[in-house]
Design a protein around this ligand. Structure first.
Ligand SMILES: [Fe+2]
Length: 373
């Protein structure tokens, strides 16, 4: 019996070759799962599977963890932070370099390439308004994996929301499990309020606003908001300067901590309470990258288009959770505030209970996460 899951029915040899090209340098990879062995070897344009434990990297994990990896419930970083990977040879970097191949072979997620991404002649920087028809909003979101909608909320509405954030921020304390903090030269600073709408009626009204529901359900008419799980609706506050921890989120997909099979294709709406620029800390996107896998550490070595999204107060951004995106260090005074309201597949609540979130793996683990980065 082999551990290797069945390959995708419509495996494309060119796509496999694309994934293999940047994995080959990581050498071969062996999984030891219970008494079973599976070694992947990149060979030419393809990958072969063997039952000899001779990989350049050898990782041992329990059958349940292997199942979760193959089923796209847990990612390599999730398994690492969960303490369930035991490297007998090699290390995490080699496993992560293989992820692009594994995701294609295990689940059919194609490797991303800018050349193969069809943006249907659309403008990667297009902005829209609520006056645009649903079909047009949907086409932009579906093509790019994100959408920028201007003037959704008024200045007065944003003032009310900011006052509510001020109140929650004043009450937040490090370790309260309702907030995220980062270290700075001037001490710890608040960078995120989670489950915010459980503590603020004003923010709850914003979360339940029909304008958001329209945008959040462009791709899935049955999608739901979950104020009491998955960190509910969180408010991000960009802290300026050098920080230790997760205020500036490097390139990621929102299912990067795990849960792709449960969460995606969720859609997150960012209500821009302050607007955003590079100076205050804005959002970066790789257009058309949703549902695909980029090479490990691609940003330091490949030619991938990146779009900056600058916004005004009252605008919203909408993104498919597995589009590749980042929230870099502010180049100026920081201070961007964005409230994220996420619309999940209705089945999410079958798998994630109240108070649970994949981010539980990193919340309150500032030092450990900074070490990884
Ligand atoms: Fe994100």
């Amino acid at each position: 019996m082999t551990l290797a899951p069945a390959r995708p029915a419509h495996l494309d040899s060119q796509l496999l070759a694309l994934a293999v090209a940047d994995t080959a340098r990581a050498g071969s990879l062996t999984f030891l799962v219970g008494d079973e062995v599976l070694t992947y070897r990149a060979s030419g344009d393809t990958v072969t599977e063997h039952q000899v434990p001779d990989g350049d990297t050898v990782v041992r994990l329990e059958p349940a963890a292997w199942h979760d990896l193959v089923a796209q419930l847990r990612t390599p970083i999730n398994l690492l932070l969960g303490g369930v990977l035991d490297f007998e040879r090699g290390g995490f970097d080699q496993l992560a370099a293989w992820d692009r191949v594994l995701r294609y072979l295990h689940a059919g997620f194609p490797p991303y390439s800018a050349d193969r991404t069809d943006l249907r002649g659309r403008d990667v920087r297009a902005t829209m308004t609520l006056a645009d028809p649903d079909a047009e909003l949907r086409a932009q979101l579906d093509t790019m994996g994100y959408l920028h909608v201007r003037d959704v909320f008024t200045a007065a509405e944003m003032a009310v929301a900011n006052a509510a954030v001020d109140e929650l921020a004043a009450r937040a304390t490090k370790g309260d499990d309702e907030s995220w903090w980062v270290g700075t030269d001037e001490g710890d600073k608040l960078c995120r309020l989670v489950y915010s709408t459980l503590r603020s009626e004003a923010l709850r009204r914003l979360e339940q606003d029909l304008r958001l529901a329209r945008l959040g359900r462009l791709l899935d008419a049955d999608a739901i908001v979950t104020p009491d799980r998955m960190e509910g609706s969180a408010v991000l506050i960009k802290v300026p300067g050098q920080t230790q921890g997760l205020s500036n989120i490097p390139w990621h997909q929102d299912c990067g901590m795990g849960g792709h099979a449960i969460l995606c294709p969720a859609v997150s709406i960012g209500i821009q309470l302050t607007g955003s620029t590079a100076g205050s800390g804005n959002l970066l996107m790789v257009p058309g990258s949703h549902g695909q896998t980029l090479p490990y550490q691609w940003h330091s070595r490949s030619d991938v288009p990146v779009v900056e999204i600058d916004t005004a107060p009252g605008d919203v951004t909408v993104h498919v959770q597995d589009v590749m995106h980042a929230s870099p260090k502010p180049t100026g005074a920081g201070g961007r505030r964005t409230m994220y309201v996420t619309f999940y597949p209705r089945t999410l609540t079958d798998h994630v209970g109240p108070g649970q979130a994949f981010n539980d793996l990193v919340r309150n683990r500032t030092a450990e996460v900074a070490g990884l980065a």
